[in-house]
Design a protein around this ligand. Structure first.
Ligand SMILES: C[S@@+](CC[C@H](N)C(=O)[O-])C[C@H]1O[C@@H](n2cnc3c(N)ncnc32)[C@H](O)[C@@H]1O
Length: 271
């Protein structure tokens, strides 16, 4: 990860920055498209998402949707889909991608201020966007506001403890503490699923270009060497672990002494 992103994470941890710079997708949008296409070729993340927060017939919001890569997948079965993204060039690109898809809208906005009414969506999905650990509390409050009771916030992020990708991440982020991040989400009422995936590239050139936008030159060179050495018949394939954090908005009244993120709630009784 590059310096701007590192500064963004530090600022986020201080609670000071609404928008987290994403040099990979902001400055290398076409390469990031290759990365998205290479990711999760066995659809393991999608399988877990369906298990945890099925969206067929429901209203979905993809927060930090980038240029909208994941919106068409949600749009196939969801009732409606809203992509929210703070970086204007990506908003425009996402709108072009979804042009003509009638149940999708793309809005400019950020996790600090999501431009939709209270209790208006069933599933909020955020993939490698904004929710990186301590500092994302304003976004947690906003998603609580916009979710309907019983709705779910689903956060998908890289698992820095899963090798080999994790070791490259840790080399570039020596102060990143995966346990502290996981504790943060557990404290805030999330359960966690670990997902083993494979990224698969069609060519060596694509592999190299993607690893170069994700890591510093030195770490990228090591990563490229590791992948090519492991190579074999599998071609240009990289095992990458993810964490999927999920928390539902309570459907009833929250008992005194329990946080709204706890699963302890009582439902109001109908007379
Ligand atoms: C690494 S990209 C991932 C994009 C998309 N989720 C995907 O998987 O293709 C992270 C995205 O989060 C966006 N972002 C940054 N700060 C944000 C914020 N405060 N609220 C919502 N999104 C934010 C960035 O602009 C960027 O598009």
């Amino acid at each position: 990860m590059r310096n701007a992103a590192r500064r963004g994470l530090k600022a986020l941890a201080r609670g000071g920055r609404a928008v987290v710079p994403s040099p990979n997708i902001w400055y290398h949008t076409d390469v990031y498209e290759l990365e998205n296409r290479a990711q999760d070729i066995d659809r393991e993340i999608w399988r877990v998402l369906v298990e945890e927060a099925a969206w067929a017939g429901r209203d979905v919001l993809d927060l930090g949707c980038g240029d909208g890569f994941h919106l068409p997948e949600f749009a196939r079965e969801a009732k409606t889909v809203i992509g929210v993204e703070p970086h204007e060039p990506l908003v425009r690109r996402a709108r072009r991608r979804l042009d003509g898809v009638s149940n999708v809208r793309v809005l400019a906005g950020s996790a600090h201020r999501i431009p939709v009414p209270d209790a208006s969506v069933d599933v909020v999905h955020a993939r490698t966007a904004y929710f990186f650990g301590p500092g994302c509390e304003p976004g947690l409050r906003e998603t609580d506001r916009i979710l309907r009771p019983g709705g779910a916030l689903v956060i998908v992020d890289l698992d820095a403890t899963a090798e080999p990708y994790g070791q490259w991440m840790r080399a570039d982020l020596p102060h990143y503490d995966p346990a502290a991040v996981e504790n943060f989400f557990a404290r805030n009422g999330f359960r966690c699923r670990r997902v083993a995936t494979r990224w698969s590239f069609r060519t060596r050139t694509e592999l190299v270009s993607v690893l170069k936008i994700e890591f510093s030159p030195e770490v990228a060179a090591n990563a490229i060497e590791d992948v090519l050495r492991a190579g074999g018949d599998d071609g240009y394939t990289v095992p990458v672990g993810y964490r999927v954090h999920v928390r539902e908005k309570p459907t009833g009244l929250v008992l005194p002494g329990h946080s709204s993120s706890s699963s302890v709630s009582i439902s109001p009784r109908m007379p």
